[in-house]
Design a protein around this ligand. Structure first.
Ligand code: CDP
Length: 230
């Protein structure tokens, strides 16, 4: 059976990583969360004091990029988790603070070049499901299956709000909604690799679809592509 590359792009909090992980498990493919990489670079910049409420020292971040080493390692349950210079930061990168600063960091071409290079290296042997914003357009433009995910901003913010509450974060729904809409704006308007649906991507709006149904729809598409039926 042939192995393919699956690219899942879309707006923030559309459940890309949930379905990407489910697909990778089912197909026994590698799952790569490219957003986790941008989040880890942002966490690094925050820790180094390169980002404050009012300022983002881009030049200093670019200068220290070579000091950032990222790696995905599987935990005891087989779940892939991101490590920043050897430290597991999977939980630390999911805070609202990181979410509030990640999109400006992701506009920096030097950051994108470094991460795209790593994404190519990880995914070069196919058998990979990668989710993000530019996977089907820039990272793997020849991916055999491209999915573009969307849902209403309110539904997306509600899902992310519940996730953060479950983790014990103290935030309001409005803060999450503002973050989701602001990131969408920056991600779609940046000059380098903006979020845009690839011409050959299949769009899925999951405003009213549950996780299970969505998984079955996308799995069927993947099986058809692998078998060369569509
Ligand atoms: O999970 P969520 O939809 O909140 O976002 P994410 O996938 O963790 O990505 C966080 C941020 O990283 C996005 O809002 C983008 O600014 C950036 N990103 C990107 O520019 N390119 C990618 N391939 C993945 C993420």
């Amino acid at each position: 059976m042939r192995t393919i590359t699956i690219a899942i792009d879309g707006y923030s909090s559309t459940g890309k990583s949930t379905v990407a992980r489910q697909l990778a498990d089912w197909l026994d493919y590698l799952y790569v969360d490219s957003g986790a990489m941008y989040r880890a670079v942002t966490l690094f910049a925050l820790r180094k004091g390169l980002i404050s409420e009012t300022d983002f020292n881009k030049e200093a971040l670019i200068e220290t990029l070579s000091a950032i080493e990222l790696e995905f390692r599987k935990n005891s349950e087989g779940k892939s988790e991101i490590h920043l210079n050897g430290e597991n930061v999977e939980k630390q990168i999911r805070t609202l603070e990181v979410s509030e600063h990640v999109s400006p960091v992701a506009t920096v071409p030097e950051v994108r070049r470094k991460l795209v290079k790593l994404q190519h290296a990880i995914g070069e042997n196919k058998g990979v499901v990668m989710d993000g914003r530019d996977i089907g357009t820039v990272v793997f433009p020849n991916a055999e299956l491209k999915i573009f995910m969307n849902a209403s901003a309110k539904v997306r913010a509600q899902r992310r709000y519940e996730e953060l509450l479950e983790r014990g974060d103290s935030i309001t729904f409005q803060e999450v909604l503002d973050n989701v809409t602001e990131r969408d704006h920056i991600d779609t308007h940046r000059e380098d690799s903006p979020l845009v649906k690839a011409k050959d991507a299949i769009e899925i709006d999951n405003t009213e679809t549950n996780i299970e149904d969505q998984f079955h729809i996308i799995l069927q598409l993947a099986k058809d592509r692998i078998a060369g039926r569509i």
